[in-house]
Design a protein around this ligand. Structure first.
Ligand SMILES: Nc1ncnc2c1ncn2[C@@H]1O[C@H](COP(=O)(O)OP(=O)(O)OP(=O)(O)O)[C@@H](O)[C@H]1O
Ligand SMILES: [Mg+2]
Length: 292
């Protein structure tokens, strides 16, 4: 089954006098991991919200395959295969892991494509099969019956990822998916994301951990002050003079000094709690220091 790409054309989002997203074009193709980086206040979360439908653009459009989904609600997008994970996992804390996943599996394309795929006919049994397949493929069988609210951060993030997979996405939007994970968990997570992309899913990864982004993505977009200032292969974007300047202003381009904020709230739901209202590009100051 061919899957839909996600694309954005000429997106603009203004908050009063501030343009948080300015004429952004982006392509998130099937089978690839696309990264989005940028310093605090660059517009990453705002762009993410425009893609998920939490926010509406003032100008421009969002396309899922050929279909214009710009005015579609987040729920409608998700039933059509545009699925997101949240910075703070969006699980029902009092339900078991399996029941959380079942909700996602049962919601998938309930309203239209379920019939085409014979999914509705399979009903709960089909949904349970999806849950079991996803749990097995992520090696999460051990916590199948655990109450979600009792899980540690690392496990919660994997369950949040599993929840998104149970919705069988064409496009998966990952917001800070590795925040709170230790090195081993991040490694495991990166391998999983790659596997999902290899299955043909289009993945957009937004993360403060630029080392992670550069390591796992096929292409990357760098935003500063609402604009895309560089895009392309990770090595090329990493070497881009503007990207260098922005990160060198904060020290060498590593995960330790890119403003990672584990206490941040979920992106895409109103004003971000984790970003000071900067309103413009950060000061560009080139200091000594090499990219790793
Ligand atoms: N709801 C809002 N109302 C007013 N201004 C907003 C709102 N959301 C974001 N902004 C402003 O838009 C700009 C872009 O913010 P955004 O949160 O998209 O950046 P970001 O790249 O996600 O930053 P961070 O890395 O800190 O999460 C900032 O100047 C921010 O203060
Ligand atoms: Mg943000």
């Amino acid at each position: 089954m061919s899957r839909n790409n996600l694309s954005a054309r000429g997106l603009v989002r203004r908050y009063g006098g501030l343009t948080a997203v300015e004429d952004v074009n982006m392509d998130v193709p099937s089978g690839q991991i696309t990264g989005l980086i940028g310093p605090n206040g660059a517009g990453k979360s705002t762009l993410f919200s425009l893609l998920t439908g939490v926010e509406q653009p003032d100008e421009g459009k969002v396309l899922l395959g050929q279909r214009n989904i710009t005015r579609m609600s987040p729920d409608a997008r998700s039933r059509r295969g545009l699925v997101q994970t949240f910075q703070v996992p969006s699980l029902f804390p009092s339900l078991t892991v399996a029941d959380n996943l079942l909700v996602a599996a049962e919601n998938r394309r309930r309203d239209y494509a379920g019939d085409l795929l014979g999914f509705r006919a399979r009903g709960r049994t089909g949904a349970l099969q999806i849950v079991d397949d996803v749990l097995a493929s992520l090696q999460l069988e051990d916590i199948r019956e655990s109450i979600a609210g009792t899980l540690p951060t690392g496990a919660l993030r994997l369950v949040e990822f599993a929840r998104a997979l149970c919705a069988r996405p064409d496009v998966l939007l990952l917001d800070e998916p590795a925040s709170g994970l230790d090195a081993a968990e991040t490694e495991r997570f990166s391998a999983l994301v790659r596997r999902i992309a290899d299955d043909g899913v289009a993945i957009l990864l937004v993360d403060h951990d630029v080392d992670l982004v550069f390591k796992v993505v096929d292409r990357v977009y760098a935003m500063v002050g609402g604009r895309v200032v560089a895009e392309g292969a990770p090595a090329a974007v990493r070497a881009d003079p503007t990207v260098q300047s922005v990160y060198l202003a904060q020290g060498p381009l590593t995960s330790k000094n890119t403003g990672a904020s584990p206490a941040g709230g979920p992106s895409g739901g109103g004003p971000p709690a984790d970003s000071p209202p900067t309103g413009g590009p950060p000061a560009v100051a080139v200091s000594s220091g090499e990219l790793r």
